[in-house]
Design a protein around this ligand. Structure first.
Ligand code: SF4
Length: 414
């Protein structure tokens, strides 16, 4: 989400005549688009802002701290780093070009999103498209609803226009982004559902592949599963964050489903869409998680066999309800995290090794800069494939898989 917003802001600034420079030392304006999903991201950003003090004294660039960290800490940023010129939350992020001419310092009021279609000169082969912002779910560990506000969908007519514009500029694949794409459209009376939006996008000429993220399991409708099974451009990959592997923890997390319900959903999806790759997010070391509950989580991932898991150690977030619970000692969390990843890496490797000898359609995304004779692309199931040849990005080639690790496949062009 941040990457896409940064790209859009950069296009807006270029339209008003600004140019991008290579280093902060030669910049007149420095904009930090920040994340606050975990404390670690915040520590990094605080270090970065600290580094700019010397630069401010030397060259006096305008320093803007923007995004979720800005929204979460607001005036405290100005108190701690008085040389910061502006603190801009996600609601005003796209207004930064105008705000640069304004004398104010703090822009963190919650407001409606005025959606704009911002197209780059040349689109990436796989381009992100923001289709909604915010979240209504209030999972106990998550800061998103507090910093990005409630769900706001981009009207479907704009999404379709944007996707068509990206395709005209070279995109072959779009990745639709939202904190919970499954509830797309519910905030706009008469708007289409997410599944219906997929049907409309499937008709965009020249578009080859459609992906989306993230889907909340409790909102995964039969209509959406049907659309995924039916639409040729929608890829056979689903990111379906489960977060925990034990009913007590899932309840504490306020996720709105049990382990059995999640398992039944996975069965239904695998039944309707054979060969689909499933990925997920897991929080390890949730407050009060016992050793038995951690073992249950391991059993659960062994049972479901996700293609890949994005795991994170629990991190206390201000405002989020879970920060009121007693945190586990860091060493326990760290140990469980290591064990968890060992188990999952083995599963991911086994799943990928089964692909050796199969033929896959690979959409080439880039020629590797370090190895110019290698190209990198993805299968429809979102697996990264490297081939030993320079292929123009945007081409879809048939590849025979020759080797596999937990993260990457190696292939030979047919
Ligand atoms: S659904 Fe996702 S974004 Fe929304 S509160 Fe839960 S974890 Fe955060």
């Amino acid at each position: 989400m941040n990457e896409k917003q940064t790209e859009e802001l950069s296009s807006l600034l270029k339209m008003r005549g600004d140019i991008e420079v290579d280093s902060p030392e030669s910049a007149d304006i420095i904009i930090l688009n920040t994340c606050s999903v975990r404390r670690r991201a915040e520590v990094r950003i605080e270090g970065r802002i600290g580094e700019f003090k010397r630069l401010k004294e030397k060259n006096n660039p305008i320093i803007v701290v923007a995004g979720c960290y800005a929204q979460a800490h607001r005036e405290k940023i100005l108190e701690r780093f008085p040389y910061v010129d502006k603190v801009v939350g996600p609601f005003d992020f796209m207004n930064i070009p105008e705000l640069l001419n304004d004398s104010g310092k703090l822009y963190t009021d919650e407001k409606r999103t005025d959606w704009k279609i911002i197209l780059p000169e040349r689109a990436k082969v796989s381009s992100f498209v923001r289709i909604m912002e915010g979240c209504n779910n209030f999972c106990s560990y998550c800061i998103v609803p507090y910093v990005r506000g409630r769900e706001r969908s981009k009207p479907s007519s704009m999404v379709i226009e944007e996707v068509a514009g990206l395709v005209e500029r070279g995109a072959k694949e779009v990745v639709l982004l939202g904190q919970n794409v499954n509830s797309y459209g519910k905030d706009i009376p008469g708007e289409v559902s997410f599944a219906q939006l997929l049907y409309k996008l499937n008709d965009v000429e020249g578009l080859e592949r459609i992906r989306f993220t993230t889907s909340h399991p409790k909102d995964m409708s039969d209509e959406l599963i049907e659309a995924m099974a039916e639409l040729p451009k929608v890829c056979e990959h689903l990111h379906l964050p489960v977060q925990g592997g034990n009913d007590r923890i899932l309840k504490l997390m306020n996720r709105g489903y049990t382990k059995a319900q999640y398992r039944a959903l996975v069965d239904k999806i695998r039944d309707k869409i054979p060969g689909i790759a499933l990925t997920t997010d897991i929080i390890v070391g949730y407050p009060t998680e016992t050793e038995e509950e951690f073992q249950e989580l391991l059993e659960f991932i062994r049972e479901i066999r996700f293609d890949q898991v994005y795991s994170a150690i629990f991190s206390r977030r201000p405002m989020a309800k879970a920060s009121e619970l007693p945190d586990l000692p860091y060493e326990i969390k760290q140990k469980r995290y290591e064990i968890f990843n060992q188990v999952q890496n083995e599963i991911s490797r086994e799943i990928n090794e089964k692909l050796i000898g199969t033929i896959q359609d690979v959409l080439i995304e880039e020629v590797k800069t370090k190895f110019p004779d290698q190209s990198k692309g993805r299968t429809r199931t979102n697996k990264v494939v490297v081939v030993e040849k320079k292929i123009p990005p945007g081409e879809i080639i048939m590849v025979k898989i020759m080797d596999a690790t937990e993260y990457t496949l190696k292939g030979e062009i047919l």
